[in-house]
Design a protein around this ligand. Structure first.
Ligand SMILES: [Zn+2]
Length: 249
């Protein structure tokens, strides 16, 4: 099982990373996309895959980081993309819920990530919060069609636009306690679907409110299989094929 979005670069994993990774492997997690959210954690994602080659780095700056400052740091992200191990640009996107940084600057930062993704032929990991339609408008205007709407929280109608534009839709542990996410996933074609943990955030139901970790993706997988009325093994095979397609891994 591939965890398509996770932040093992987060300081919450410094103390016990080895045991976290052991538990993940014991539970059948074969690969993890390890996404940076600023220049420091993006660099760490690259260094970590030297020791753990099955952690696939993604580099980018999260919209919750002060966007105006971040714009100046994008040449560093660009340089990191010279590393062949990097599988995606992100985490990036727009966050109008927290609104830590001006929306214009967020949009500019997002466009810069899209430009880098295009130059390198990489998928883009997109975070949206109260900003899905704006993100879709930017992707349409930029004519970019490769990547993932991670931790999907939109409606089915929005999901149709996401898929029409060529993007994948990924659900995190929220699926295990959100009726809306459950209603949406039921209606999606399996070939556009991915699962992730977004660890250390958004743990699934049985660990809700605690630190999340990649091993817990299995709980979300079982939950999704239940909703989709299929076997976990069958669903896992489909999801992993989707992940290999989007990340070319
Ligand atoms: Zn994330």
């Amino acid at each position: 099982m591939i965890d398509t979005h996770c932040h093992l670069v987060d300081p919450q994993f410094v103390r016990d990373l080895d045991s976290v990774l052991n538990r993940a492997q014991r539970c059948g997690v074969s690969k993890i996309v390890n996404a940076g959210y600023d220049t420091e954690t993006s660099q760490r994602a690259i260094s970590m895959c030297r020791k753990y080659p099955w952690l696939m780095p993604a580099v980018g700056i999260h919209p919750n980081e002060a966007a105006e400052e971040s714009i100046k740091k994008m040449d560093k992200i660009s340089a990191m993309l010279d590393n062949d191990n990097v599988v995606a640009v992100g985490e990036t996107g727009l966050d109008y819920y927290r609104d830590f940084s001006p929306r214009d600057a967020q949009r500019e930062l997002f466009r810069m990530h899209i430009t880098l993704a295009r130059e390198r032929g990489l998928p883009i990991l997109i975070h949206t919060r109260n900003s899905l339609d704006d993100a879709l408008d930017i992707l349409k205007a930029e004519d970019y069609h490769r990547g993932i709407f991670h931790c999907y929280g939109g409606s089915y109608e929005q999901a149709k636009v996401v898929m029409d534009l060529g993007f994948y839709i990924s659900f995190a542990g929220v699926l295990t306690f959100s009726r809306q996410a459950r209603d949406v996933i039921k209606r999606l074609p399996l070939d556009r679907l991915l699962l992730e943990t977004d660890a250390p955030f958004l743990a699934p139901l049985s660990h809700r409110g605690k630190r999340n970790e990649p091993a817990y993706i299995i709980e979300t997988l079982h939950f999704a299989a239940d909703i989709l009325e299929t076997q976990p093994e069958e669903l896992e095979a489909i999801l992993d094929a989707n992940a290999r397609e989007v990340f070319s891994c």
